[in-house]
Design a protein. Structure first.
Length: 345
């Protein structure tokens, strides 16, 4: 029986073109900056998102922590959403590794934080307070149904940061999903930020890797932090080769994932005992609530697993599904059938 794995878009396997590119990749020692494939990926990514320079890192988590450690010194403060991945899912890296203080603002359902609330959170110059240094945004917003943040919103936060002499980091793990969903050039979503993290190993289906982008000066400093964290990866052109294919061939098809997620949500909305909000689905992420408490969460997941459907379990009676490369319309319909059957008992 085929497994329909909707736990995450990180489960994607590399495409045949990626495997071929990995096989043929020209390699060198990247700590000496001698891996031509990495150099090419970094240059390509920087150009694509409109920044001067870029740096390959092992993961999205590493991209975020390297960026935050590059921007902030110990005892400084970063303002970020209370539902952000950096705050919830990165093992508290900013405080553990950097002595950086996270100051959270509520995320609204559309993934934004109210600009007035961000402004109110910026500390006055007073010896009792940590110094605010950084604002972090997340686009698309994972916990908020994959909501894409608009250019207008990002520009407004960037303008606020500038007015207060702060820096702006964008966790753009799924920034291409946002660009495709909004029908804008990705640079419109990145122009105001000082750094961003782009993941190659989520919807773009590369096996490993993220790229952080920013000014030449930022990337030069980030390179040292990456080394300090043990992230100098030598012949990692093996990774970069698949990343190049991801950027070249896997961005436009994200529209298919978005259409499939919407179809899935619309199908789930009419299944008795389950609840979801199809109108919130703008990209490839949706959440469902198990309203019917005949089954425990574990029982629900086990019954679906038996029918070959996997989803993730971010909280009590709440589940998450992501569409991605390898999940077509047929798989969506099979998943809906499985959900119907499970709920019919
Ligand atoms: N998110 C993963 C899990 O950690 C939840 C997923 O399955 O969605 N930023 C955002 C917005 C992310 O969603 C993720 C991964 C990361 C950063 C971290 O990327 P990795 O997993 O490469 O460290």
């Amino acid at each position: 029986m085929p497994v329909i794995d909707l736990r995450s878009d990180t489960v994607t396997l590399p495409t045949p073109a990626m495997r071929e590119a990995v096989f043929r990749a020209e390699l060198g020692d990247d700590v000496f900056r001698e891996d031509p494939t990495i150099n090419r990926l970094e240059q390509m990514t920087a150009e694509r998102v409109g920044k001067e320079s870029a740096l390959l890192v092992a993961s999205g988590t590493m991209g975020n922590i390297v960026s935050v450690l590059t921007h902030c010194a110990r005892s400084e403060e970063a303002i970020l959403g209370d539902c952000s991945h950096i705050f919830l899912n990165e093992a508290g890296g900013m405080s553990a590794l950097g002595g950086i203080f996270p100051h959270t603002i509520p995320n609204r359902p559309d993934g934004t934080m109210a600009v007035e609330q961000i402004e109110a959170a910026i500390r006055a110059d007073n010896i009792h307070f940590p110094k605010t240094r950084l604002i972090c945004l997340e686009n698309t917003h994972n916990r908020c149904y994959g909501a894409p943040l608009t250019p207008e919103y990002t520009d407004a936060v960037a303008a606020l940061a500038k007015r207060h002499g702060l820096l702006l980091h964008l966790d753009g793990a799924r920034i291409f999903n946002a660009a495709v969903a909004l029908g804008v050039d990705v640079r419109e979503l990145t122009r105001g930020c000082d750094s961003l993290n782009v993941c190659l190993s989520k919807g773009l289906a590369a096996p490993v890797g993220s790229v952080i982008c920013g000014s030449r000066n930022f990337i030069a400093r980030a390179r040292r932090i990456r080394k300090m964290l043990g992230g100098g990866m030598r012949q990692a052109g093996i990774i970069a080769a698949a990343g190049i294919v991801a950027l070249q061939e896997m961005v436009d098809r994200l529209t298919e994932d978005h259409a499939n997620a919407r179809r899935l949500a619309e199908g789930i909305a009419i299944i008795p005992g389950l609840a979801t909000e199809p109108d919130r689905v703008k990209t490839n992420i949706l959440y469902i609530d198990l309203v019917d408490r005949r089954f425990s969460d574990e029982e629900f997941m086990a019954r679906l697993e038996k029918k070959g459907v996997r989803l993730s379990h971010p909280g009590p009676a709440r589940f998450r599904m992501l569409t991605h490369y390898g999940i077509g319309r047929a798989e969506i319909d099979m998943a809906l059938t499985a959900l119907h059957e499970v709920m019919q008992g």
